[in-house]
Ligand binder design. Structure first.
Ligand SMILES: [Zn+2]
Length: 288
């Protein structure tokens, strides 16, 4: 009897410690209740993730497979599903990493344009989407999609008539506004000023007073002008680009325009990946 009691005395603290550890680990592995947007450092290219708990929208996939490492670092470990992928346009610096993403994750739907473009990578990507029977959607200008509790996407560009952009694919980029409560962010792909002129004509109600803009076309002088910042008045600008890229991005004119507007600039070549976290009222930014 004495022996048994001694054993129990040892056993109970052990079980208690185990239960406590389990409760704590479950508690701390709960998904973040706030909305997170990640602008990943993927070198010269674009890849962004909008995440609310177990719900993700991946916007573009960068120029190679580094995007896999980036998304797996921030997604809940047991979440193997990405609800939506948005392919802004078919250039290699936006789509190459998506092939591995689609191979590794379950994808519910893909938003893309029907622009014609001949490249081996884009062909492989479209074949893979077809083989996996993933639903594809091409939004119209002004289409609104409601997401999570207070999330919303408004598609601003380019709509269904995209054949006229086949000589400059950048202008076929899907541009959209993402809202979460009072917070908003413009995702711009590589859309150039020529298309912005039309966007501003058609969507002027959706463009004033922007919290965050993903600067179009990696900070190229072809993507932004002063008229645009005068209307959007963005507080934060994110430039997605590679260190010492061969294009000379970001162009000085763009940095000058943003400085004049007192926009705070974050760059993936210098700040690495950027995380904006919001509850729909306030937001905070960290780099990592
Ligand atoms: Zn690009």
């Amino acid at each position: 009897m004495v022996k048994k009691a001694a054993k129990l005395k040892l056993f109970f603290p052990f079980v208690l410690a185990l239960i406590t550890a389990t409760i704590w680990s479950v508690y701390f592995s709960q998904p973040d209740e706030k909305l997170n947007i990640y602008f990943f450092d993927v070198g010269q290219g674009d890849a962004e993730l909008i995440q609310k708990a177990n719900w993700q929208i991946l916007v573009d996939g960068g120029p190679d497979d580094i995007v896999i490492e980036r998304i797996s670092n921030v997604m809940p470990i047991d979440d193997r599903k990405i609800e939506t992928i948005i392919i802004t346009h078919p250039h290699a610096d936006h789509i190459t990493g998506l092939i591995e993403v689609i191979n590794r994750y379950e994808i519910e739907k893909i938003i893309l344009t029907k622009v014609g473009y001949e490249s081996a990578t884009y062909k492989s990507l479209l074949e893979l989407i077809d083989k996996k029977k993933i639903k594809t959607i091409t939004p119209k200008i002004g289409d609104v999609e409601y997401l999570f509790d207070q999330g919303k996407i408004t598609y601003l560009w380019p709509g269904e008539e995209v054949s006229r952009f086949e000589n400059n694919l950048n202008n076929s980029s899907i541009v959209f506004r993402f809202d979460y409560g009072d917070f908003n962010c413009i995702f711009s792909g590589d859309a150039e000023i020529e298309s912005w002129t039309e966007i501003f004509k058609k969507q002027k109600n959706n463009l004033p007073d922007i919290d965050v803009i993903k600067i179009p076309h990696h900070g190229s002088r072809t993507g932004l002008n002063e008229n645009m910042t005068n209307i959007m008045r963005p507080d934060i600008a994110i430039i997605s680009l590679g260190l010492n890229n061969k294009y000379g991005f970001p162009h000085q004119e763009i940095l000058d325009i943003l400085a004049k507007n007192k926009t705070r600039v974050y760059r993936t070549d210098q700040d690495k990946s950027i995380n904006i976290r919001t509850d729909g009222k306030n937001y905070e930014i960290k780099t990592f």
